[in-house]
Design a protein around this ligand. Structure first.
Ligand SMILES: [Zn+2]
Length: 332
């Protein structure tokens, strides 16, 4: 999505324009044929049931939602995971939840601060949810999302980020949230931003990974530590019954443990190739070209754009050189 690779201003702009065009088309379509068009036909995401009362909302091919989200229906209420990039997509998610259950939406857990996962929080709050996040998200969600978008930010977007709701409940420790008798386990994990949570539903064996997992799409490394990130993914692979765990990535389709291993290998390959390139005296564009050529041949089923790939190589290079800037935890 637009925000998925922040080093890609042009591609992102194109995606935003495509999104706007798609939304316009939806509005026209909606007014012309709302009577016979099922509500799900125009959703910006594909809703997939992945367990009893557990749903993944996977960003559609046009990337109108901007990222994946999901929700868990418990005995006495609903817990939502992430809120997409924009309010319309989040409102559509609320509509789908209300269609499936009369139970109240009680929580939204933000897996991290990036606006493509928190942009719709207000729609969830309006629907009754308490916003739960890592403690660093409170300090980062307004300030660092401005940095994240860099020179692509529009005045409208800046206003939207300035007004993003701050989380109500924050933690730097693991948490259990009970939806009646249904247990939901929130864990703090390292690697993507320095303020990441995963959401596990033990009775359905479903793990919402946030951006700790991307399926066949290069991840956004802007705030990341590949070293910590690969360790977290190795932990996912060692989960009890990982072979049957359903993993909902932050971006890309519903995944399994093989996808987790594939993603971890991708990150490890990226790191190794950048180390090798540096040893061979390469830097800048030459380093990016050499790394991407090999990376694409090692992962032919991935969609790796040159622009996104070059940005990744740059961040990886900075991490190896020890010059990588990561978000700094703010005081309470
Ligand atoms: Zn992210």
């Amino acid at each position: 999505m637009a925000i998925a690779n922040v080093g890609e201003p042009l591609q992102s702009l194109r995606m935003i324009l495509r999104t706007l065009a798609a939304l316009a088309a939806v509005l026209v379509l909606g007014s012309a044929s709302s009577a016979q068009t099922p509500a799900t036909a125009t959703l910006p995401f594909v809703l997939k049931q992945v367990g009893p009362g557990v749903y993944a909302a996977i960003d559609g091919p046009e990337h109108r939602a901007g990222s994946n989200a999901g929700f868990v229906i418990g005995d006495d209420g609903v817990l939502v995971i992430d809120s997409f990039f924009n309010l319309d997509a989040a409102r559509a998610l609320v509509g789908q939840i209300h269609r499936l259950t009369p139970k109240p939406i009680r929580f939204v857990v933000n897996t991290h601060y990036h606006v493509d996962h928190t942009g719709g929080d207000q729609a969830l709050r309006d629907a009754g949810a308490i916003i739960v996040a890592h403690k660093n998200v409170r300090g980062w969600v307004r300030v660092n999302n401005i940095n994240l978008l860099g020179d692509r930010i529009t005045p409208e977007m800046k206003n939207r980020i300035d007004a993003l709701p701050l989380p109500d409940v924050v933690t730097d420790k693991d948490l259990i949230i009970w939806l009646g008798s249904r247990k939901v386990v929130i864990r703090t994990v390292l690697g993507h931003t320095g303020g990441d949570l995963t959401v596990f539903v033990p009775d359905a064996n479903v793990l919402f990974t946030g951006d700790m997992l991307w399926r066949r799409i290069p991840p956004n490394l802007i705030d990341g530590s590949v070293k910590e990130w690969t360790a977290t993914d190795a932990d996912f692979e060692r989960m009890p019954d990982a072979a049957h765990t359903i993993f909902i990535p932050g971006h890309g389709d519903v995944a399994n443990v093989k996808d987790v291993a594939d993603f971890r290998e991708y990150l490890a390959d990226l790191r190794r190739l950048v180390v090798d390139g540096r040893k061979a005296g390469l830097n800048g564009d030459a380093l990016a070209q050499a790394v991407l050529l090999k990376l694409k041949s090692l992962h032919p089923d991935w969609t790796i754009s040159d622009r996104a790939g070059a940005t990744e190589v740059r961040y990886m290079d900075q991490e190896i050189a020890g010059t990588k800037k990561r978000p700094i935890p703010t005081r309470d």
